[in-house]
Every structure is written in C-alpha cells, then in structure tokens.
Design a protein around this ligand. Structure first.
Ligand code: KIV
Length: 265
C-alpha cells in the first residue's frame, strides 16, 4: 500500500472516495490502525481525556502532544499523521510557527488548529513556511468556556451561513483539510460542497468527505459513561480490536457510518 499523502487525500475527495480518520496516541495503536486501513491518524488533544483523565482539553501541554506524536510516528505504517496544536500554543504568529515546527519535527505531516476566521493569518504564515494546516471548526472543544458547554453549532440559518463563509475563508487562507465537529448533517453537507479541500466530519452527518472518531469512543471505552450521539461502538460484534477498526474503516468507506442515528438534524 502506497504512503498516504495530502495529494492522495485531495484526490480521494475528487473521486468521491471516503476518508477514514481516527485518533491515535501511541505506537501500538498506530501500527494496528495503519494496518487496518485508516487513512489519517490524528494525535488529538482529546488525549487530555482519554489518556490523562482530564475534564477537557484545556490543560493539555504542547510537550504532551509532541511526546504522543513521536510515539504514533514510530508505530505508523505509511498513513498521514495530523498533530493537534493544544490550547494557547498558537495565540501569536511566532508561537504558532514555533509550536508547529516542534510537532512536525516529532513526526506530524500536518498540524491542526481550532477556531474560526481569526486563524487565517496563522494559516497563511504556517503554509508560507512549509507547514500544512488542518482547520477545525464547528464545536471546537478548546473554546468550551466560550460556548458554555459542548453544544451543537451552526443551528439556524444565520449561524449555518456564517460557518460556511468561515470554511471558505479558511480554504482561501490555505487550510488544506477541514475538520467539522457537531453540526447538523445538512450543514456538514453544505460545507463539504462549498470548499474544494477534504472535509472530515465528527457529528457532522454522512455527506462529508470523511469521518473521524476518538479511538476510545469507537472501542466502547469511557471513564465517564457519557457517549455523544455521533459515537458508534465498533467493538459490538467484532472479534478483536483490529477487527473493530477494520469495521469502522469499511463503514466509513461504504457510507453506512454515520447513519441518521449518529447524526444531528
Ligand atoms: O482532539 C481530538 O481528538 C479531535 C477530534 C475529536 C476531531 O480534535
């Protein structure tokens, strides 16, 4: 199997081939997921909850992200790696460049940052310096205190139109992938049609170019026992963890995940 590159991912969007992305935090799971057919391994700052047992992602440090990115890189077998920039590590252009450089040197092929239009300058600055950027919009967990909780975004015509406009601006600034979290399925579809870069959804319906889930969620593992509506436990009926991940990948690829049961309207 050829290595997955950004060119490959863009071609997948053009061909209408779904992209399977999964969070990953260590070498063993990187090995398993990359051999199970996952296209993109995301070292998400969700590791704050899944690995560190925190309430949210705000206390996660850049050093944690770098450590886990290096672990994933060692176990990876040719899949595209995206590393999250953690809270307050891209608040200025200089800081964004310095933090991103460290993630890339740990093995990321792209960095991900959460926010809206205000990311445009940083995206331009990073891409000018040879660092590809994924912009994460919709429900952006690092802003949980601004949103007043983990709430569905883009409900209502005005909010939906604003989010579509934000996606367009981020693409123009140079974002090469968009992650869209927790929006109505119709808005996930509209954003995907509005931009030419791959759009990966989580709780954004079936019509995005790809899907991402948190590894522990899709394995049915949770400390809190609270599971968001968009999470499916792929271990149900699976014979092994590898098989559970294979089932996730094939459900994303054949479009059967997410069904309306796992989407918002
Ligand atoms: O941190 C993370 O795992 C993420 C995904 C939920 C998209 O950003």
């Amino acid at each position: 199997m050829a290595n997955t590159t950004l060119t490959h991912l863009k071609a997948m969007k053009q061909r209408g081939e779904k992209i399977a992305m999964l969070t990953c935090y260590d070498a063993t799971f990187a090995h398993t997921a990359s051999h199970a057919g996952v296209d993109i391994l995301l070292i998400g700052d969700s590791l704050g909850m899944t690995i560190q047992g925190l309430e949210n992602t705000i206390p996660v440090r850049l050093d944690d992200m770098i450590y886990h990115t290096a672990c994933v890189n060692r176990g990876n077998s040719g899949r595209f790696i995206i590393g999250d920039l953690s809270f307050m590590t891209y608040a200025s252009l200089e800081q964004a460049l310095e933090s991103s450089a460290r993630l890339m040197q740990a093995g990321a092929h792209m960095v991900k940052m959460e926010g809206g239009e205000w990311l445009c300058e940083a995206i331009m600055h990073l891409t000018r310096n040879g660092i590809p950027v994924c912009a994460h919009i919709g429900l952006t967990p690092q802003s949980v205190n601004v949103f007043g909780g983990f709430k569905i975004q883009g409900r209502g015509e005005k909010q939906a139109a604003e989010l579509i406009e934000t996606a367009r601006k981020l693409e123009i600034a140079g974002a090469a992938i968009l992650v869209v979290e927790c929006v109505p399925a119709s808005l996930g579809k509209a954003i995907t049609e509005a931009v030419s870069v791959p759009v990966i959804g989580i709780g954004a319906g079936a019509d995005t170019d790809g899907q991402v889930l948190v590894l522990h969620d899709m394995l049915g593992l949770s400390i809190t026992g609270r599971t968001p509506k968009f999470v499916k436990n792929f271990m149900e009926g699976a014979s092994s963890i590898q098989d559970g991940i294979v089932r996730y990948v094939s459900a994303v690829k054949d479009g059967s995940f997410p069904s309306s049961k796992y989407s918002y309207e």
